[in-house]
Write a protein that binds this ligand. Sequence first.
Ligand code: ATP
Ligand code: MG
Length: 399
Amino acid sequence: MSAQEELFHAFLIKYAEIGIKGKNRYLFEDALIRQIRFALKGAEGDFFVRKEMGRIYVEAKSGFDYDEVVERLSRVFGISGICPMMQFECKDFEGIRARVVEYAGKVYPEGNFSFKVQTKRADKKFPMDSNEINAALGEALLEAYPTIRVNVHEPDVFFYVEVRERVNLYSKIIPGPGGMPVGTSGKAMLLLSGGIDSPVAGYMTAKRGVKVDAVYFHAPPYTSERAKQKVVDLAALVSRYGGPMELHVINFTDIQLYIYDQCPHEELTIIMRRYMMRIAEAIAEETGALALVTGESIGQVASQTLPSLACTGEVCHMPVIRPVIGFDKQEIVDIALKINTFETSIQPFEDCCTIFVAKHPVIKPNRKVIRRSEEKLAEKIDEMVKKAIETREVISISP
Ligand code: ATP
Ligand code: MG
């Protein structure tokens, strides 16, 4: 057991409180607790996650791995700070004093820093008020460690002491990921390809509290099982942040071949993308999702010029969220590296969009022209879309 596990048995979870007053606060806190429990599932140790007077605590009930817990908590959206905490039963000042001195010695053994004690006394039966506790603890610390000094304006270290049913003592605030707890903002359907952009788009959507399910368009035998497995792997990486998700795998081959046979080849990509949007929207509607999410960024490739986006976007009624719309590739890559999807995304498997791709795809599609081309599909396309949706494979994803 490392020193940290010996000292800290609990974590105080801080969350931004703006905009979560009244009834929303409950929803926010309950969703946050649910996501914390989910994030800790499978971690070494037993944990008790509880809410008490506007606070959320994670308490270890057995041995645990400090670094693992911090790492997992730092993926839970809605958390603004993670405070490893010493928690103890104590009803007299002597007991508090001894623990604070012990804590300071163990956590800051180098002993050269300025500090301030900040006490909150929630237990009004405690015989000293918070100012008295601050002063007495400050004095005790100075006495125990002659090389440290008080600075009430800009201290290096704040010792936070909260006298409640038990005493909470902490000084470190590890930044959380921010955002909103997943489950507080409805559900969206992500078009997840094997590329770099769409997993990042899924992550960014989940960060705002949206539960994300995904749809992948698979074109066997032109795209391999390994290409599909790569998307499953990416979904699992996104679900480390977004929680469990369903991945709908659509067999897109017949539709692609039909478009290839019937329509001008330079319009293939754009028409295919329009069918992806239509199918994704149908599944979204069926599963209660309220928006579609894509990894499109303006101008990145021919199918993502503004006229192309307008043309693919016009076929659906739901809002289409494009979280990386204004990002350069490098900015997207930076996030992909941070959330650990990059390595998987760059595995070189074929993508269904690249297979039938024309040498000179249209970059300024005229919507009227495209609509007319699609009329050539009238005979069979509705039936094919229906079949693709009905025969989809649904894979339950968790990290
Ligand atoms: P990504 O890196 O996300 O694959 P990309 O730069 O390769 O993006 P495109 O291939 O033009 O861009 O795809 C644009 C968006 O369309 C993707 O971000 C994704 O949301 C969706 N998409 C493309 N191909 C598929 C697919 N096979 N299955 C599901 N969604 C797809
Ligand atoms: Mg792609």
